[in-house]
Ligand binder design. Sequence first.
Ligand code: SAH
Ligand code: SF4
Length: 417
Amino acid sequence: MNVYDGMRIASMLRGRGMTETDDVAAADLIVLNTCSVREKATNKVFSELGRIQKRKRPDALFGIVGCVARESGADAFRRIPELNFVLGPQSYHKLPEILDNPDSKLLNIDLSGLEKFDELNYSNLKPQTSNLSYIPIQEGCDHFCTYCIVPHTRGRELSRPFDDVMRDVHAAADTGAIEICFLGQNVNGYKFSLDNLIRETAKIDSIERIRFTSSYPTEMTDDLIALFGTEPKLLPFLNMPIQSGSPDVLTRMNRPYSLELYIDIVNKLLAARPDIQISSDFIVGFPGETDEDFEMTCDIARRIKYINSYSFKYSPRPHTPAAQFPNQIPENIKKVRLKILDEILTENNRAFNESCIGREMECLIEGPDKTGKHLLARTPYMQQVIIAANNLPPLQKIRITSANKCSLRGEIINLKS
Ligand code: SAH
Ligand code: SF4
């Protein structure tokens, strides 16, 4: 979601005639887009702002947007009086106001609902030309997991109207998108039927790949699961975080599903689409997590053979009940557990990547790598493939020639334009 927000901000400013630069000293405007899901990321924000302040031109405008901005509010101006703007995750569409009034201080941390989507629809943005288009369909979250700050920073759950989303999908297709990724904190909780949205999107000829992220386990409806078997454009990859493999920890996290239910959903997905790959997020060291609880998390990670997963050390966050729970786990234990789980997740990736050697897959070209000698592409399972080429049409049949734990290498089979 943050990557998407960053793209929208860049696109909005391009629409105002600005161009991007990596050079802080050359910039007229510096926007730090922030995340407050974990404490470490939050702490980095103010030190980074200090660094920017030293390097920027004296007349350049700078400020923060996103969840740390919402968290800090006016306090950010007290910490760094030179800041020009502080805009929350639902108010960054107001950023141009600072360009019109550079001498003012712009503060807006309202949860203004869907307003930003109305202002930042495709017709108001400089068209993107990427093969992949992220389209948000839902904002905020009502699940209130006991560790999570998102319901506080992004607010209550809201779904964008179906027609608004479809208008963005058509606009994305018109500007060259081949793949659509629907976004939401709780994307499958989309109120106006995610399966209908996927079916409608699949009717557009030029859209060849569809996916969505992140899914909440208990909101996976049978209709949505069935679609993995019947809609060939829906990619065989699903991000459905389990967070922990321990029933006790799940209860304390306020994640109200049993392991049996979760595994049942995975089995239904596999029955609908036998090659589907699942990815998860995990939290280790949640308050009260015992060695046995942690072992259950490792077991489920091995058993479901998740790929492309993320694991985090539990980070106590303001406004969340878990921060006050007893038996907070010491940092050194969290660190050891994270390392053990990461090894399992890496091994899953390596095993799946190696199983792909020799297979032919249709991949989406994402663009050149840093050297400019290779192209980076994505398989239908979201693995990265490196191809020795520098210019190819957006969808390519690729034969996988080698693999390691992070990526694949492949060669072109036949050109598809
Ligand atoms: N809505 C999604 C995830 C959104 S936040 C879901 O529920 O699956 C992204 C990830 O950050 C979460 O899945 C969780 O693993 C992690 N996360 C959230 N709060 C955290 C915290 N306090 N400490 C550590 N990780 C956290
Ligand atoms: Fe946070 Fe996801 Fe839980 Fe919502 S479902 S509270 S976003 S972890």
